[in-house]
Ligand binder design. Structure first.
Ligand code: CAA
Length: 387
């Protein structure tokens, strides 16, 4: 059988963040509630000239620079934070990256889950067409109402994955377990910029979906719990991953070893929720922060999207994967960020959105190569600073 999976992957997150210690101080609550209770330290904040398209292009650029555009004939863009009801965000990214015109583009939606559907479909496609590659992108801005319980679980980021029949990082397993149920735990009607959610209910349904997906994975002939060296979870906040890992270990009647899941939480703790990108940020974090060589080891992954769909699947780390990581770049992106004051956060959060065709011109603030320069006549104008 043809091996398919992730040839390379990279992430991007904006250069501004607010520390949750600042938010806690402002709200007069114990900062430990955020650092320990929900397991988060920082929330990434996009500026006005950044959005899912600019973050996606930034995340994908290193892949294109290192591996080229040859063979890429499909872009699958997964997001909860779509910028248009009709046009796929990936079309802008396709142009910004200079991809071949003979390429299909599509956007996928199912809350935080859809990048996993994209990854699975991309693997199936390249198994049929091993000469082709798919660029799978997950990009989101997790934005909750201020002073809501979700405020501390905001964040922003994008992950790009090159999926091919030459997986240099991870071979994605053929077996997976899936589960869906029609519930209202987190949703966002078209007229809203922030979601409606039932926080406690959502965490319980997440855990239930994980066990249902795990049982389906087992029934379909998946690996046993003991065969996994690491676990990655969708991380709306890193403590959710701890809860998930505890729950799964208990259900598998295994001894709890949190160190199997912790390396995957390092980046998410300082980026915040990035919805579709979150589990793949955890996967990058696992590979880049592991203390040992993970070659040949199996990673179990649980992807969750409210509403709800969950999927448990596995990936095997490929020998020599270290040479295909972007660890230095990622650590630089995280280290060179700047903290903003509470007042600046409030201003950024409340920045105006274009109403009914009016013109908005944005200051050049994005640190990356790509930016949203303006919105005019209902059109978003993206700029490549190197062009
Ligand atoms: N020191 C240490 N821990 C403290 C503390 C302190 N001083 N004060 C409180 N805590 C602990 C609490 O005991 C609690 O721990 P447990 O979960 O073990 O009970 C934890 O901190 C959180 O405290 P609360 O339950 O009081 O927090 P909250 O009411 O503010 O809600 C939340 C937390 C439900 C996660 C909320 O942030 C939220 O609704 N977030 C958005 C929804 C969400 O992320 N849901 C996740 C599942 S859905 C999904 O995954 C899709 C998605 O991406 C949205």
């Amino acid at each position: 059988m043809i091996k398919t999976g992730i040839e390379a992957m990279s992430f991007y997150t904006p250069h501004r963040y607010i520390s949750l210690a600042t938010l806690a101080e402002q709200q007069g609550i114990d900062p430990e509630k955020f650092s320990r209770g929900i397991g988060q330290d920082k929330i990434a904040l996009p500026g006005q000239d950044e959005d899912i398209v600019t973050m996606a292009a930034e995340a994908a650029r290193p892949l294109i620079d290192r591996y080229g555009t040859d063979g890429i004939d499909t872009v699958m863009f997964a997001t909860e934070t779509g910028i248009d009801q009709s046009k796929a965000a990936g079309i802008y990214v396709h142009r910004l990256l200079g991809l071949n015109a003979n390429c299909r583009n599509v956007e996928l939606k199912q809350a935080c889950y859809s990048a996993t559907a994209a990854l699975q479909m991309a693997c199936s496609y390249v198994a049929r067409r091993p000469d082709r590659k798919v660029l799978v992108i997950a990009s989101d801005v997790a934005r909750y109402d201020r002073d809501s319980s979700g405020e501390a679980t905001q964040g922003a980021g994008a992950v790009a994955m090159l999926v091919s029949a030459d997986p240099k990082l991870l071979e994605v397993g053929v077996v997976s377990g899936v589960f869906s149920e029609d519930i209202m735990d987190f949703w966002r009607p078209n007229h809203r910029r922030t979601p409606l959610f039932d926080g406690k209910f959502s965490t319980l349904r997440y855990l239930n979906a994980m066990l249902e997906a795990w049982r389906d994975y087992e029934a379909n002939g998946g690996k046993s719990y003991a065969e996994f060296s690491r676990f990655c979870y969708h991380l709306p906040f890193s403590r959710m991953g701890e809860k998930a890992h505890r729950h799964l270990a208990k259900s598998a009647k295994a001894d709890l070893d949190m160190s199997l899941a912790l390396p995957g939480m390092e980046y998410n703790r300082v980026v915040g929720n990035s919805y579709t990108a979150s589990i793949y940020l955890a996967l990058i974090s696992t590979l880049e922060n592991a203390e040992e060589d993970l070659s040949g080891k199996s990673i179990g992954l649980f992807s969750y999207g409210s509403g709800a769909t969950g999927e448990f699947f596995d990936a095997t780390v490929v020998e020599g994967y270290q040479a295909h990581l972007f660890k230095q770049l990622h650590q630089t992106i995280l280290e060179e960020r700047m903290a903003v004051s509470y007042e600046d956060y409030v201003e950024l959060w409340g920045a105006p959105v274009a109403q009914d065709g009016e013109e908005l011109i944005f200051a050049d603030e994005a640190r990356g190569r790509y930016r949203l320069a303006s919105i005019n006549d209902h059109k978003r104008i993206y700029v490549d600073k190197h062009a």
